[in-house]
Design a protein around this ligand. Structure first.
Ligand code: HEC
Ligand code: HEC
Length: 485
C-alpha cells in the first residue's frame, strides 16, 4: 500500500463510519457544487453531465453520463444509489479506470459536488434508495471456496469471466455497457482493479446486486441459497493476491543445475515472482491509451553458462498475425543496453534512439524467440546468429514463457550478464487480439536486474569479519608500540 492508498483508505473508513443521520445533516449544496464540478469533473464528465467532456474520447471505460441516473456501485436493491454510495466513489475513485480518488478535496466540496451531479437526473433519482440486506457472512474455508467454485460454474460466471477468472470466458469479447461501448469482464485475479473496491463486503455487494449499466447481473435472487453469495466471494478472494506487490528490482536466482525450458517446470513455481507494472505507450503515434497488458510477473535464474527468464502475463485470447482481421501476434520483449557500462548510462527507455540503440530479447506468438537491435520503436533489426530460444504455454487466459540465452555475449550488439552488477532492463508487451502492434503497446521505463551471487552469504559475511580482524591487529600493534615506549 502506498501512502496515497492509505490516505484514501482512511478517508473512506472515515466516510463510512458516519451515521446516516450525520450524512443527511451534511447534505451538500448543489449550487456550491457546480463550481467544484466545473473545475474538477467537467473535463471528463462534460459541462452538461452527459459524459462527453473533452477527455472522454480517449478513455475506456467512458466517464459516467450523469443524465441517465445510472450508477454502477450501489448498496441498494433498486436503481437509486444512496448518498453514501456516491460519496464513497467520489472519495475513493474507481480503480482500474481514469476516475480519480477525490479524497484530496475537502469533505464539504465532495458533498456539494455530489448534490450537484444528482441534479442532472433529478427525475430518475426521485425514488428513495432501498438498502440491500446481505445474507449472514460466511468466513472463508476450503469448503466454502469449493462451494463457491461450483456455483461459479453452475450459474455461469465463467462464461464471461473465464474458468480461472482471467476475463477470458467465451463471451468476453461481445460484452457492451448500456451506452454501447465494449466492456470487458473484470479480471477476478486482480481485485485491486475492481471498480467498487476489493474488500469482502464490497465484493459480496457487487455479486448480490450487480453492476448497473453493465452486463454484470445481480445474483442475490438466482443463487441456490443466499449464503452462496459469500461462498462466491470467498472463491473470488482465493483467485489472486490482495495487491500486486510491484517489484522495484528483478532478482535472478543462482541455480546449480540445468535451467528448465518448460514454463510449467517445478523450478519456476519455487521462485518468487517480480511483478512489473506496465503502462500504455502514449509518447509516439499511434498511441495506446487503453493498454490491455498491465502486469508481467518475472522469474529469472542463471547457472554457470546461461540465463533464463520466465514471464507470466494475462491475455484473454491467443492470437497470431492476421492483419486482414485486424489481429496481430501476441508478443513480449525484454530490453537491455547493448553493453553494461560501469557508469550505468542507459539509452532512451522507448527502444533507444538514433545515437544509442538497445538490445531486445523478443518473443512473438507463431514465430518464437529472437534477438534484435533497436534505435527507436520503428527501427528494429534482427541480429544475425541469434542464440536465444524459448518455449511458451497458454492456458485459461494466461501466457507462461521461458526465454534462455548464454550469459556471455559473442559480439558488441548484445550484453554479457555478470553477477552482482546492476543491469538496466525494460519491458514491452502486445496483446495482438486487442489490435496492439508496433507502437500500440504496453511499456515500462528502466528497471534494474541483478544476478544474485552464488555464495552471497559468504560474500556478505566476510567484510565485517575482515574489519574486526583488522581492528584487532591494529590494537595489538598500538599496544606493542605503547609497551615499548
Ligand atoms: C479523468 C477523468 C475523470 C474525472 C476528472 C472525473 N471522473 Fe468521475 N468517472 C470517470 C470515469 C471514466 C468513470 C466511469 C468508470 C466506470 O464506469 O467504470 C467515472 C465515474 C464516476 C461516477 C460514477 C460512479 C458509479 O457508481 O457509477 C461518479 C459519481 C463520478 N465519476 C464522479 C466524479 C466527480 C464528482 C468528479 C469531480 C470531482 C469526477 N467524477 C471527475 C472519469 C473521471
Ligand atoms: C454476462 C457476463 C457476466 C456474467 C455472467 C458475470 N459477470 Fe461479473 N462482470 C461482468 C462485467 C462486464 C464486469 C465489469 C463491470 C465493469 O467494469 O463496470 C463484471 C464485474 C465483476 C466483478 C467486479 C466488480 C467491481 O467492483 O468492479 C466481480 C467481482 C464479478 N464480476 C464477479 C462475477 C461473479 C462471481 C459472477 C457469477 C456469479 C459474474 N461476475 C457473472 C460480466 C459478467
Amino acid at each position: 500500500m502506498t501512502a496515497r492508498h492509505l490516505a484514501v483508505a482512511a478517508a473512506v473508513a472515515l466516510a463510512l463510519s458516519g451515521a446516516p443521520s450525520r450524512a443527511a445533516a451534511q447534505a451538500g449544496d448543489a449550487g456550491a457544487g457546480k463550481a467544484v464540478y466545473e473545475r474538477k469533473c467537467a473535463g471528463c464528465h462534460g459541462e452538461k453531465g452527459d459524459g462527453k467532456g473533452p477527455a472522454a474520447e480517449l478513455l475506456a471505460p467512458k466517464p459516467r453520463d450523469f443524465t441517465a441516473g445510472l450508477y454502477k456501485i450501489r448498496s441498494t436493491a433498486n436503481k437509486v444509489p444512496t448518498d453514501q454510495d456516491l460519496f464513497r466513489i467520489i472519495t475513493a475513485g474507481m480503480p482500474g479506470t481514469s476516475m480519480p480518488a477525490w479524497a484530496v478535496l475537502p469533505e464539504r466540496d465532495r458533498r456539494n459536488v455530489l448534490a450537484y451531479i444528482k441534479t442532472f437526473a433529478a427525475e430518475k433519482l426521485k425514488e428513495a434508495p432501498k438498502k440491500v440486506e446481505l445474507p449472514k457472512e460466511v468466513a472463508s474455508s476450503a469448503e466454502s471456496i469449493k462451494r463457491g467454485k461450483e456455483m461459479f460454474e453452475a450459474i455461469e460466471c465463467h462464461k464471461c469471466h473465464g474458468t480461472e477468472g482471467r476475463a477470458d470466458g467465451p463471451s468476453h469479447a461481445e460484452l457492451k455497457d448500456e451506452w454501447g461501448n465494449p466492456l470487458p469482464p473484470a479480471n477476478l485475479t486482480k481485485r485491486w482493479t475492481f471498480r467498487g473496491g476489493a474488500g469482502r463486503t464490497e465484493i459480496a455487494m457487487r455479486l448480490a446486486n450487480g453492476v448497473l449499466g453493465t452486463p454484470m447481473p445481480a445474483f442475490l435472487d438466482s443463487v441456490e441459497k443466499p449464503e452462496d453469495i459469500w461462498h462466491l466471494t470467498n472463491f473470488i478472494l482465493s483467485l489472486g493476491p490482495e495487491s500486486p506487490n510491484y517489484a522495484t528490482l528483478v532478482t535472478v536466482t543462482a541455480v546449480a543445475g540445468p535451467l528448465p525450458d518448460d514454463p510449467n517446470a517445478e523450478l519456476w513455481k519455487n521462485l518468487a515472482p517480480n511483478n512489473i507494472a506496465l503502462m500504455g505507450q502514449v509518447i509516439v503515434d499511434p498511441r495506446n491509451f487503453n493498454p490491455s497488458i498491465d502486469l508481467v510477473s518475472v522469474r529469472a535464474a542463471y547457472n554457470d553458462t546461461e540465463i533464463a527468464f520466465h514471464l507470466t502475463w494475462d491475455d484473454p485470447t491467443q492470437s497470431v498475425d492476421e492483419p486482414a482481421k485486424k489481429l496481430f501476434a501476441d508478443a513480449i520483449s525484454l530490453q537491455f543496453p547493448p553493453q553494461i557500462t560501469a557508469g550505468g548510462e542507459r539509452p532512451y527507455f522507448l527502444m533507444g534512439d538514433g545515437s544509442d540503440g538497445v538490445y531486445l530479447l523478443r518473443w512473438e506468438n507463431g514465430k518464437g524467440v529472437s534477438e534484435a537491435t533497436a534505435n527507436g520503436p520503428a527501427k528494429i533489426g534482427a541480429i544475425a546468429g541469434g542464440e536465444a530460444r524459448g518455449k511458451a504455454a497458454y492456458a485459461n487466459g494466461r501466457y507462461r514463457l521461458v526465454i534462455k540465452r548464454p550469459l556471455a555475449s559473442k559480439d558488441a550488439a548484445r550484453p554479457t550478464f555478470t553477477p552482482a552488477v546492476f543491469t538496466p532492463i525494460a519491458f514491452q508487451a502486445w496483446d495482438g487480439g486487442a489490435g496492439e502492434t508496433g507502437t500500440k503497446m504496453s511499456v515500462t521505463s528502466w528497471y534494474y536486474l541483478r544476478l544474485e551471487e552464488p555464495q552471497s552469504n559468504r560474500r556478505f559475511v566476510i567484510p565485517p569479519v575482515v574489519a574486526i580482524l583488522t581492528l584487532a591487529a591494529m590494537l595489538l600493534v598500538v599496544r606493542i608500540a605503547k609497551g615499548r615506549a
